[in-house]
Design a protein around this ligand. Structure first.
Ligand SMILES: Cc1cc2nc3c(=O)[nH]c(=O)nc-3n(C[C@H](O)[C@H](O)[C@H](O)COP(=O)(O)OP(=O)(O)OC[C@H]3O[C@@H](n4cnc5c(N)ncnc54)[C@H](O)[C@@H]3O)c2cc1C
Length: 332
């Protein structure tokens, strides 16, 4: 039996200090991912620093300079966030993304910070009998030649082709959310693009965070008056399945043309993928199928697919086009 210490800090600062002082210590949120990894032998921390009872469990409004945004504490459970009246009223993309993830029981337990920092569901990462550069750097990537249906098609790296599994992260990317972090050097804020890192020379690190960086919560700016948003997830089963591809859209129309659009894709890369060239191509244009498809195809020119992942390109094209057209209809 492997022994480990368990510590329940009283404050965020105490939590950060505990991990900083104990190499191999890990924060524990709801435990729905980390505890699985303890059982599978994927993780073997020397100490669990249980942050799930820190008083970081509020959803509140804040002044974002341009409007009223939403601040979500790291310990707000996925179910509570999806059901929150402010989320349901102002951020449908967030509620829908959360409700499309996992199961009711898991969402009741899973925290906001833990969801963002969950590890990939690549089968080889979770199977300690196989090589995996993310689990054991330098051992190789079994997904390149093996079961690869969920593999990344954008920004993929031969060292690691795993996709990021979080639906919440995709919605937050489209919402331009900031992740609030407390580390040994103090507090800072990171956009989703700054939080997640490419596999590069060290696929074992999913994020730019240091081991003792504690996620305090996220800040979601106002989407602006009249903004529409939604999340569409395509998966093998209607529930309890990770995304083959997913699309988060925040759209604001003015006079029949796009005043602001933000699109993030899930299931295609090691992080939520902001479809920025689609966004640029649609700015100032009417939401029409031909324009959308041309813009998506331009972004997807960078896609690198295999026989197993080629289906993701037409699936993304159709899912994104359909989502944008349906959302624009709501404005009429
Ligand atoms: C069967 C199954 C199906 C699932 N389906 C989906 C799905 O479709 N979509 C989806 O998005 N997710 C899905 N999930 C994943 C689930 O959403 C995550 O397990 C959950 O969100 C993780 O949150 P947690 O609080 O339990 O994290 P934990 O397991 O406690 O922690 C996860 C990671 O985050 C770190 N961590 C936790 N809190 C903090 C913090 N405050 N600061 C810094 N680090 C922290 C931990 O050290 C650990 O590395 C599924 C899970 C299961 C088991």
């Amino acid at each position: 039996m492997r022994t480990m210490e368990y510590h329940r800090p009283a404050t965020p600062a105490e939590a950060v200090a505990a991990v900083a002082e104990h190499p191999g210590a890990r924060f524990l949120g709801g435990g729905t991912n980390l505890v699985d990894h303890l059982k599978l032998g994927v993780a073997a921390p020397s100490m669990l620093v249980d942050v799930s009872r820190l008083p970081l469990d509020q959803v509140e409004r804040y002044d974002d300079g341009d409007g009223v945004g939403l601040r979500v504490g790291t310990n707000v459970r996925n179910s509570d966030l999806a059901a929150h009246p402010l989320v349901r009223a102002d951020y449908p993309v967030l509620a829908r993304a959360l409700l499309s993830g996992a199961s009711g029981q898991i969402r009741n337990q899973a925290t906001t910070g833990g969801n963002l920092l969950q590890r990939t569901r690549c089968v080889y990462f979770q199977d300690v009998t196989t090589p995996c550069n993310k689990r054991q750097p330098g051992s190789g990537c079994s997904a390149l030649e093996g079961y690869g249906r969920y593999n990344a098609v954008m920004g993929a790296d031969p060292a690691c082709v795993a996709t990021h599994p979080s639906d919440l992260a995709v919605a937050l990317a489209a919402l331009d959310a900031q992740v609030m972090v407390l580390g040994s050097g103090g507090e800072r804020r990171l956009g989703l693009d700054e939080l997640y890192r490419p596999p590069g020379e060290d696929p074992s690190r999913d994020t730019t965070l240091a081991p003792d960086d504690l996620v305090l919560g996220v800040e979601i700016p106002s989407t602006g008056a009249g903004a529409l948003s939604t999340y569409r997830k395509v998966r093998d089963r209607a529930s309890y399945a990770f995304a083959l591809v997913s699309v988060a859209v925040v759209l604001r129309l003015s006079g029949g043309v796009v005043a602001d659009v933000r699109i993030a894709w899930g299931g295609v890369a090691h992080r939520p993928w902001r479809a920025r060239s689609v966004e640029r191509a649609l700015a100032g244009r009417a939401v029409e199928e031909e324009t959308i498809v041309a813009a998506i195809d331009e972004e997807l020119e960078a896609a690198e697919t295999t026989e197993q992942t080629a289906y993701k390109v037409p699936l993304l094209r159709r899912a994104t086009t359909h989502t944008l057209l349906k959302l624009a209809e709501e404005d009429r």
